[in-house]
Design a protein around this ligand. Structure first.
Ligand SMILES: Cc1cc2nc3c(=O)[nH]c(=O)nc-3n(C[C@H](O)[C@H](O)[C@H](O)COP(=O)(O)OP(=O)(O)OC[C@H]3O[C@@H](n4cnc5c(N)ncnc54)[C@H](O)[C@@H]3O)c2cc1C
Ligand code: SF4
Ligand code: SF4
Length: 639
C-alpha cells in the first residue's frame, strides 16, 4: 500500500480506526465518501436530494472474511445500516445508502482461492472480478459457464442482483452454477450449499442478508469449434420465431441475442462504418463443435441466410461494450425487464410504439435464456447535461417500464429505483428472502430501507412515494394514458432541448457525462491497487471534475490525491465508453494545480513505489498496461 496524505478522521470512523482491526481500511474523507453516493445510474440530482440520504457516514474496505465480520459487529452494536458494494456497476441503486450508514466495499476480497480441474470447480472471494476468475481458469484449460458483460464487476455483485449474462442460454442462470456461498452475517460466518433452500434466497437478495465473502462455481473446459453467427430478418416476428427454434436446440447454443434495427444503426455509428444492414438481427453463438453443428443444421433447414463471419464477430465484441453508446447522448437511460416468452412479441412491439410516441429512439436487445422468460433491455440516449430534458426522459423511461410490466413483464432487479414495481416480483422469492433475513439479520442492519420497506428522507415518506401504491400506480395510469401523454411529452421535450440546454459545455463535464461510471477502470488501475482510493481512478477523477464544475469544494488532500497516476493507460484500454482519458487528466491536473498547487515530492515517491509493486508487475505481465514504461511504449510520468 502507498501511504498518501489523508484527511483526519472523526466520529464513527475514528472510533472504528482506533479498534485497529487488521486488514480493514476505514474511509471517512468527504471527497472519498462521495464516490460511494452513487452507482452506475445517474439519477436526476433533484430527485435524489429530496428522497434519500445517500452520503454514507463511513466506508470500510475489508480484505478478509474475519475483518468483514468485525466490521459488521461494529455496525450491529451501533444499529448502523450496512450497505454492501462490489464495483458499483449496477444501475438500480442497491449499493447506495438511503439513510446514511456504513458502506462495506467488498471489492478488496478479490482473490481466486482454488481451482479444482478434476471436479471443474473454482472457489473465489466475493469481491473477485469475473475477468480475474477467467484469467485464473485459463491457465488450467478451463473457462466460466457464464458471466455478466461487465466482466470487471464482482462475483458477489452478480449473485446479489442479476445472474443473467454472457453464456446464460447454455450455462443457465447463475443460481444453477454456484454450488456454495460463504456469507458474513451480523451473527458470524455461515456457509450455504446447494441444494439448501437458503442458498436460493441469496440470489437477487441485493445485500439484504449479509456479505458474500466466498463462492464456489462450476466451470467448464475450453471447447473448440464455437463461433458467433449473425442472421438478419425483415420483420421482428420472424426473428423471434427463429429465436424460439434456436433456444430449443439440443445441445443448446451458448448465447443468443436479438438486436433491433435501431441498435444495429448505432453499432454502425460507433464502429464508423456500414457493417450491419437494415433489419432485425439474431446473434447466436455456439458452445462447441456439437452445438455448432446443431445451429448450422437448423439454419440450413430453415433456409436462413447468414451474414459474414467477421460481421458476427464484430457484433459479438461490441456486446462487451454496451455503454459505449453513452458517448452519443451524452447519457443513456433504459428499462430492463424479464419478459415471458409467450408475450415477447407483444412486449417488443409495445416498446417500439411507446418510444416513438414519447420521442425516444429505442435500442432494443433481448437476451434469450433458459426457462420461460427472456431479458429485454430497452435503452435510449438522453442528454444528461441538460437536466430538464434528462429528468423528463427519466420519467418517460419509468412509464415505458410500467407499460411493459402491464403486459406481463417484471423488473430485472429492484434496488431503489425500481421499488415502484416491487409488487410484480414473484411472491415466493420475496417470502424465501424474508424468512432468510429473519434468521440471519434479525436486527435488520443489512441494506435496510431497500425494497422490503423503502424509507429514505421525509420521515420515511420517500418510501410511500416510491411504492407500488404511490409512484407505481401513477406510472401505471400514465402508461394507460400514453396517447395524450405522448403529445405532452413531445412538446415538453422539444421545449427543454431548445430552450433549456446549456449554452456552453465544459469538455471535462461533457466527458464525465459520457462516462458510464461502470468501474471497469477501477479494476485495472495500478494507482488504485496501491492506494485503494477511487479518487485516483478515471471514474474518481471525472467525478472530481464534475464536482468542481458544479461549484463544489474539495480538500487540498483530495486535489493532491488526483495527481497519483502512472499515465499507464490501462484505464483507456478497458474504458466502456472508449474515452480519451489521458488528455482529460492533463486538463484536470492543470485546473487543480492552479487552485491547490501540487505536491511533486509525493508524486515522485508514489511513482517509485508503484513501479516496483508486485500488482503493477502482474498487470504489465498480463498486458493490461500497454502504455507502461516497462513495455517501452511511452506512458512516462513527468513530475
Ligand atoms: C457495461 C456493463 C455491462 C453489464 N452487463 C450486465 C449483464 O450482462 N448482466 C447483468 O446482470 N448485469 C450487467 N450489468 C450490471 C452490473 O454490472 C451487474 O449487475 C454486476 O453483477 C453488478 O456487480 P457489482 O460488483 O458492480 O455490484 P454492485 O453494483 O456494487 O452491487 C449490486 C448489488 O449487490 C450487492 N452486493 C455487492 N457486493 C456484495 C457482497 N459482497 N455481498 C452481498 N451483497 C453485495 C449490493 O448491495 C447491490 O445490492 C452491466 C453493467 C455494465 C456497466
Ligand atoms: S493512467 Fe493508469 S494509473 Fe492513471 S488512472 Fe489510468 S489506470 Fe490508473
Ligand atoms: S472512465 Fe470508462 S471505464 Fe471508467 S467508469 Fe467511466 S466509462 Fe467506465
Amino acid at each position: 500500500m502507498f501511504d498518501a496524505k489523508t484527511e483526519p478522521h472523526t466520529g464513527l470512523a475514528l472510533e472504528l480506526e482506533s479498534m485497529r482491526i487488521p486488514d480493514l481500511r476505514v474511509v471517512a474523507g468527504k471527497g472519498e465518501l462521495e464516490l460511494y453516493c452513487r452507482d452506475q445510474a445517474d439519477v436526476p440530482q433533484m430527485l435524489k436530494d429530496v428522497l434519500i440520504r445517500y452520503v454514507p457516514d463511513l466506508v470500510v474496505q475489508p480484505c478478509t472474511p474475519e475483518a468483514t465480520v468485525e466490521a459488521l459487529g461494529f455496525a450491529k452494536a451501533r444499529g448502523l445500516p450496512v450497505i454492501p458494494r462490489g464495483s458499483g456497476s449496477s444501475p438500480f441503486g442497491g449499493s447506495i445508502p438511503v439513510n446514511g450508514g456504513m458502506v462495506l466495499d467488498a471489492g478488496n476480497l478479490d482473490r481466486v482461492l482454488s481451482v479444482d480441474k478434476e471436479k471443474k470447480l473454482v472457489k473465489v472471494q466475493g469481491g473477485c472480478r469475473w475477468a480475474d476468475v477467467d484469467h485464473a481458469l485459463s491457465a488450467h484449460g478451463l473457462r466460466l459457464l457464464s458471466c455478466p458483460s461487465s466482466r470487471f464487476s464482482t462475483v458477489a455483485g452478480w449473485i446479489s442482483g442479476g445472474g443473467l449474462g454472457v453464456g446464460s442460454l447454455g450455462g443457465g442462470h447463475l443460481s444453477e452454477i454456484v454450488t456454495s456461498v460463504r456469507l458474513a452475517t451480523p451473527a458470524g460466518l455461515i456457509t450455504l450449499r446447494s441444494p439448501q433452500e437458503e442458498l436460493k434466497a441469496v440470489f437477487g437478495s441485493e445485500g439484504q442478508l449479509g456479505i458474500i465473502v466466498e463462492a464456489t462455481l462450476k466451470v467448464k473446459e475450453k471447447g473448440t469449434g464455437a463461433r458467433p453467427h449473425l442472421l438478419l430478418f425483415k420483420d421482428l416476428d420472424a426473428a423471434v420465431e427463429t429465436a424460439e427454434r434456436l433456444r430449443r436446440l439440443s445441445p443448446l447454443p451458448e448465447d443468443l441475442i436479438y438486436f433491433s434495427p435501431g441498435k444495429l444503426r448505432y453499432a454502425n455509428k460507433l464502429l464508423h462504418g456500414d457493417h450491419f444492414g437494415d433489419g432485425h438481427a439474431l446473434l447466436v453463438t455456439s458452445a462447441d463443435e456439437g452445438s455448432e453443428k446443431a445451429v448450422s443444421d437448423l439454419m440450413a433447414s430453415l433456409g436462413v441466410n447468414e451474414e459474414k463471419e467477421y460481421q458476427a464477430r464484430l457484433l459479438w465484441h461490441e456486446r462487451y461494450f454496451p455503454m459505449k453508446l453513452r458517448r452519443l447522448g451524452p447519457g443513456m437511460l433504459g428499462a430492463e425487464v424479464l419478459a415471458p416468452m409467450g408475450r415477447l412479441k407483444d412486449i417488443l412491439h409495445r416498446a417500439e410504439e411507446l418510444c416513438q410516441e414519447f420521442d425516444l429512439d429505442p435500442l432494443l436487445e433481448v437476451h434469450f435464456v433458459r426457462g420461460n422468460e427472456s431479458l429485454l433491455l430497452c435503452y435510449y440516449l438522453t442528454d444528461q447535461v441538460n437536466q430538464s430534458a434528462y429528468t423528463l426522459d427519466a420519467a418517460k423511461s419509468m412509464v415505458v417500464t410500467s407499460s411493459l410490466i402491464g403486459l406481463g413483464a417484471r423488473p430485472y432487479s429492484l434496488g431503489v429505483w425500481n421499488n415502484s414495481f416491487a409488487d410484480s416480483w414473484p411472491a415466493e422469492e420475496m417470502e424465501r428472502l424474508r424468512k432468510a433475513k429473519e434468521r440471519y439479520d434479525p436486527s435488520n442492519i443489512m441494506n435496510p430501507g431497500k425494497y422490503f420497506a423503502l424509507k429514505g428522507r421525509l420521515f420515511g415518506g420517500a418510501g410511500m412515494i416510491f411504492s407500488p401504491a404511490g409512484s407505481g400506480a401513477a406510472f401505471g395510469l400514465m402508461a394507460k394514458l400514453h396517447s395524450p401523454l405522448g403529445a405532452a411529452f413531445r412538446s415538453l421535450s422539444s421545449l427543454s432541448k431548445k430552450a433549456m440546454g446549456p449554452r456552453e459545455r465544459d469538455p471535462l463535464v461533457q466527458m464525465a457525462n459520457q462516462c458510464a461510471m461502470c468501474g471497469a477502470c477501477v479494476s485495472v488501475c495500478p494507482a488504485y491497487a496501491l492506494t485503494r482510493d477511487e479518487r485516483v481512478t478515471a471514474r474518481g477523477k471525472l467525478l472530481t471534475a464534475k464536482t468542481l464544475a458544479e461549484g463544489g469544494e474539495i480538500t487540498r488532500e483530495h486535489a493532491h490525491r488526483t495527481f497519483l497516476c502512472m499515465r499507464c493507460k490501462a484505464c483507456e484500454q478497458v474504458c466502456q465508453s472508449k474515452l480519451e482519458l489521458i488528455p482529460a487528466y492533463e486538463d484536470l491536473e492543470a485546473r487543480l494545480e492552479k487552485a491547490y498547487g501540487k505536491d511533486a515530492a509525493e508524486i515522485e515517491r508514489f511513482v517509485r513505489v508503484a513501479e516496483v509493486s508486485p500488482r503493477y508487475e502482474e498487470m504489465v505481465a498480463r498486458g493490461l498496461v500497454l502504455g507502461a514504461p516497462k513495455n517501452a511504449m511511452g506512458g512516462e510520468r513527468r513530475v
